[in-house]
Design a protein around this ligand. Structure first.
Ligand code: ADE
Ligand code: ZN
Length: 339
């Protein structure tokens, strides 16, 4: 049964909509890049790094995630990082990706915005040609940093407007509500960026309201805490505002204690547009297929439900409507042809 389920998930055409490229930095590649850039890391082996990946909350993870990113220096490093991710998810039949990058994590260390984006973008273009993986690139502001720093980053992004589809908000959620970035998001909207924000991961449902009403987002990243507020659930469902859930991330960061009662079915039954994603797969124990499997097993999800989640990944994407329809039809054909 498990083998069949794994096979079904593995072949399911799907999109990934919540993925931090810095969160795909596998320890093996980290050691390789650290060595070639002559940077020290405080671990002696891949095993030691993996041992350190035990978190009690979002901040404990972020501390180690920013530390890992410190060895990324050259354009080639950002290229290699992105390329490695695309190779992995191509093998998982991911056909469209909308990936986040955190420019401030690098520009604050003296790495230029150009270096970061050129490496990432080149890998994405090549991935599209070679693997047929379409993509959108989304720039996130680090919410623990001041508003002025986000304004400065937005300025730096403008010459790359054609490469950056959207703007998001990530990092330490508690104490940094979406409203802190209302003015920057308004400016980003004027510049033509599509907007989204992490909200309701660790933070309260009120942060989701703020993201909706003050930032005018087109998608909510995580959003788990919406279940605390029935009126919010109804609003999200009425707007068909997609939530990008990340089950293995939620378990690793103790947003939930177990996936045994992960409320996916409850959310879908309430009419919410739910998608499954991997967030920071190198840190949380799995890429997208492992996230699907991580909920499918304990919750005994049917193939129909899994296919619905894959269809949702295209519905909630920023692909053009006719392209969404084509991709959704591929999922339907896959399900129909399954023995
Ligand atoms: N940056 C990388 N992963 C994140 C997460 N899960 N929440 C907030 N910021 C992040
Ligand atoms: Zn995230």
């Amino acid at each position: 049964m498990t083998a069949t389920l794994e096979k079904f998930i593995a072949g399911l055409p799907k999109a990934e909509l919540h993925l931090h490229i810095e969160g795909t930095f596998e320890p093996e590649l980290m050691f390789e890049i650290a060595q070639r850039n002559k940077r020290q890391i405080r671990f002696n082996s891949v095993e030691e790094v993996k041992q350190a990946y035990r978190f009690n909350n979002l901040q404990e993870f972020l501390d180690i995630y920013y530390e890992g990113a410190n060895v990324l220096i050259e354009e080639r490093d950002f290229y290699d990082l992105t390329r490695a991710y695309l190779q992995r998810v191509h093998a998982q039949n991911v056909q469209h990706v909308e990936i986040f990058f955190d420019p401030q994590t690098h520009t604050d260390r003296g790495i230029s915005f150009d270096t970061v984006i050129k490496g990432i973008y080149r890998a994405l273009e090549e991935g599209e040609k070679q693997f047929g993986i379409s993509f959108k690139l989304i720039m996130c502001f680090l919410r623990h940093l001041p508003e002025e720093a986000a304004f400065k980053t937005l300025e730096e992004a403008l010459p790359f407007k054609d490469w950056i589809y959207g703007v998001g908000l990530d990092s330490s959620e508690l104490g940094h509500p979406p409203s802190k970035f209302e003015r920057v998001f308004a400016k980003a909207r004027e510049a033509g960026f599509t907007l989204m924000a992490h909200a309701g991961e660790e933070g309260p449902s009120a942060y989701i309201w703020e993201a909706l009403t003050q930032l005018n987002v087109a998608r909510i990243d995580h959003g788990n805490r919406c279940l605390d507020d029935e009126r919010l659930v109804q609003e999200l469902a009425a707007r068909q505002m997609a939530l990008t859930l990340c089950p293995l991330s939620n378990r690793a960061l103790k947003v939930v204690q177990t996936l045994d009662n992960y409320p996916i079915q409850k959310m879908m039954d309430k009419g919410l547009l739910i998608t499954i994603n991997s967030d920071d797969p190198a840190y949380f124990g799995g890429y997208i297929n492992e996230n699907y499997l991580g909920i499918a097993q304990p919750l005994h999800l049917s193939k129909e439900t899994l296919a619905e989640l894959a269809k949702n990944s295209f519905r909630a994407s920023f692909l053009p409507e006719e392209e969404k329809e084509k991709r959704i039809a591929r999922v339907e054909a896959y399900l129909a042809n399954w023995d």
